[in-house]
Ligand binder design. Sequence first.
Ligand code: HEM
Length: 520
Amino acid sequence: MEVMDNTTTSFVESSNLSLLDKFQSFSWLQILISFLVIAITYDQIKYQIYKGNIVGPKYKIWPFIGPFLESLDPKFEEYKDKWYSGPLSCVSIFHKFVVIASDTQLARKIFQSPSFVKPCVVDVAVKILRPTNWVFLDGKAHVDYRKGLNPLFTKKALEDYIPEQEKVMDKYLEKFVEVSKGNPIPFFPEFREYMCAISLRTFCGDYITEEQIKMIADNYYKVTAALELVNFPIIIPYTKTWYGKVIADKSMKIFEKCATMCKKEILNGKKPNCVMDAWVLSMYQSNGEIKLNEGEEEIKAKVRLFSDREISEAIFTFLFASQDASSSLCCWLFQLISDRPEIAQKIREEQLRIRNGNPNLPLTSELIDKMEYTNMVVRETLRYRPPVIMVPYVAKKAYPITDNYTVPKGAMIIPSVYPALHDPEVYENPDEFLPERWVEGSSAWEAKKNWLVFGTGTHVCLGQTYVMMSFTALIGKACMFTDFKHKITPLSEEIKVFATIFPKDDLILEFSKRDPTTIE
Ligand code: HEM
């Protein structure tokens, strides 16, 4: 036994030695190359396994990084190529495997599979929006939280916010004329500022000052830039993500102070006129500190008393969710109408008719309800140029999306909404802008399953009713009180992707005042 042991030991030692010798005889360069070859092979094999039978590049042309460089400057045409390459397609960037669903049924299925998927945010979003933020909740915790927020954006709640919103609309329509009369300018930044101003007034009422709104409006684009899909996950001072975090923190500090003021005012009996008021009132009514008025409906979802900090984080998510998408809608709405004067004329005719010829009749939810044609124009703009073209989700576990394909755990899975909204089976001549297609009972109207502009399922957009009402009201007033002329350039119809989609030339417009009692 002993002999055998010794022999075995010396054999192992000698073979170890020769291995070590061999290893030492390699140059560092050879070792590095061997590692690279193994890593590239592993990366390519993993890609092939994940890809399975769906459409995608045969192999990763750029090892490891994949099409990373292209994704830094995303092109709408490249997205479109991907959508129309197959119902499910894929791409791999660094270690991230991404599955894109362009088929309407599959896109809906993803939105409606909360047990398999959850919204995917870039790593840095958790740092910018803070880990405690409600948007990162999943499952029952998310559903319960949403129940407390949903009543803040119903038609009934929105009625209380309309008077303050109308003041912002009037102020900005004057400003649009002031800044561009006789001198057409790019309206992309103007509309982003307007959207920020109207959102912040709606969310925070009078608690937020004009200077604070201006500071946030001037800087918010830094948050958008920091949260682009492809971004460096660590926050290094003076980089894009750092600037984004600074602005997010400053904004949340402002909202926190607004929440403190709001709580005092509501306890003093203030009638709600903004989202924060309505939310805080529901908290005090839930805990019994404020009694319900006679005839007032019992609160369906009991809401606990949130701290000022928690309120500030939630308000920031409303801004975050609304700012880019609403700015996109605003740009396309004005561009599409100014290029089609007959549509502006029809809107004016409707606006004056429902107001019995008085253009100065204040906005109410009843009045907005009567703006049927104007509403159809907003709806068609959302279909023709959906602001959010796709919504990134992540697979929490292996997700058998079809009989033949399972999305691997941890992969990003992106339902795309554009193909559903341009489906020729449902929308005849989908690449034409035709508000009339939305008359009640039409095939477009009936095809609810294709209407994915605001997503669907547990994460469906909180602000969709708000969007429809406030844009219908805005464009109605804009058509009555102003003429807006579009300076068409070769880039006007081209699409730039900056979180959402915009005309590539930033929309050059000139506004002037007009007599609101006339139609021509
Ligand atoms: C044109 C404007 C807008 C568009 C196109 C839009 C679209 C969307 C889409 C596609 C989603 C993802 C839905 C899903 O995953 O199923 C979403 C989520 C959301 N939207 Fe909007 N949105 C708009 C404006 C707004 C506004 C004004 C608000 C204001 C509060 C808002 C608040 C939210 C929130 C909070 C979520 C996340 C909901 C959750 O995770 O539960 N959005 N939106």
